[in-house]
Design a protein around this ligand. Structure first.
Ligand SMILES: [Zn+2]
Length: 347
């Protein structure tokens, strides 16, 4: 694929165009940024460009023998590493295997490239093993570490790599991709782009789960529920998001994440209205008047507390928390915070 087809990562692209032109590629890079913004696709394209036989300047040709074999996952000098299926972290054994692979000289080219997906998801032993590999990489090695959370990567690993930050895709770029590649109509693409925060992965997740309909349902509910409804509302949410019926934990987590993000957007919109910013783009634009009315009944302090509470729930979601309890506790606390506690205790 020509580099020109890479959308929304102009800075990253220009950095690598320069490095390639001057033959000054580093031995190790960390590609950092939220999920679904093209880090992995870029890593693959970069590797293809490095190995491509065509000599084209602006990216891989897609037609030479090597490009075709890379596309078919049949080229020995690229190695991909990611957590094993149903595992959340990369294990030490996998890193040891990667070391072995890396120390065998490239068979067909000047380089050997390893791409480690979810490189921020490693236990300490694996992370130490990676560090050893980074300390003395073979001259032909190029190591690309793909991470969503740069904070989870140890300082010693960061100090051995060049960190490349990827930005969320712009609204316009998202809309274009959703209409061109996913064949969505313009209005749907615009709405999905808006709630997906620049992440294609999130847009796909929302699309799959009919999130726009659910968003509508959630907004209607959130304007009317009060503290006494906390348990029934939590149950309704579990049903509406089909959370009870899901057997695969990762799938469950992904749906709950989507739900929490919709909560975050709702209270973010109210906070914006509170600050008089209702003319800005709102996620729940169809409910603008209701949002303004609601913003008058809540203090800024309360809204910040609610937003923090949702962010904490998002964090717990990644730490094996009990999902039903997590939802129930979050709902109860939000409804408590936005209620008038004095009125509640007086009941
Ligand atoms: Zn090629």
């Amino acid at each position: 694929m020509s580099f020109a087809k890479i959308i929304g990562q102009e800075q990253v692209l220009s950095l690598f165009k320069n490095a390639l032109k001057n033959e000054r590629l580093a031995h190790a890079y960390i590609f950092a940024g939220q999920e679904g913004i093209g880090k992995m696709s870029f890593a693959r394209e970069l590797a293809k460009k490095i190995f491509c036989q065509s000599g084209k300047i602006d990216g891989a040709c897609d037609n030479c023998n090597i490009c075709k074999r890379i596309d078919a996952d049949n080229f020995t000098d690229i190695f991909f590493l990611l957590p094993e299926k149903n595992h959340r972290v990369i294990k030490l054994e996998q890193l040891k295997y990667l070391q072995e692979i890396l120390f065998v000289k490239p068979l067909e080219s000047k380089h050997k490239i390893v791409i480690v997906e979810d490189a921020d998801k490693m236990n300490e032993e694996a992370s130490n093993c990676l560090l050893k590999t980074l300390e003395e990489p073979p001259l032909y090695a190029i190591i690309l570490l793909i991470v969503t959370s740069l904070e989870s990567v140890s300082e010693t690993i960061k100090s051995r790599c060049q960190v490349v930050r990827f930005s969320p895709l712009s609204l316009k770029a998202m809309e274009n991709i959703l209409t061109d590649r996913f064949q969505l109509d313009k209005q749907l693409a615009a709405q999905l782009a808006l709630i997906s925060g620049g992440s294609l992965k999130r847009a796909a997740m929302f699309m799959e789960a009919n999130a726009l309909e659910k968003k509508h349902w959630l907004a209607e509910k959130l304007f009317e529920v009060s503290l006494k409804d906390n348990l029934t509302f939590s149950k309704e949410l579990l049903n509406e998001w089909n959370i009870q019926d899901m057997e695969v934990l990762e799938e469950k987590r992904s749906h709950v994440k989507e739900l929490f993000l919709l909560f975050l957007m709702y209270y973010r919109d109210i906070l914006i209205c509170k600050a008089g910013g209702e003319h800005f783009l709102l996620y729940y634009d169809d409910w603008k008047d209701a949002l303004i009315a609601k913003s008058k009944s809540l203090s800024e302090k309360t809204l910040f507390k609610i937003l923090e509470r949702i962010k904490t729930s998002l964090k717990y979601l990644d730490c094996n928390a009990n999902i039903n309890l997590l939802i129930e506790n979050m709902i109860t606390e939000i409804l408590y915070l936005q209620s008038d506690p004095k009125a509640w205790f007086a009941q």
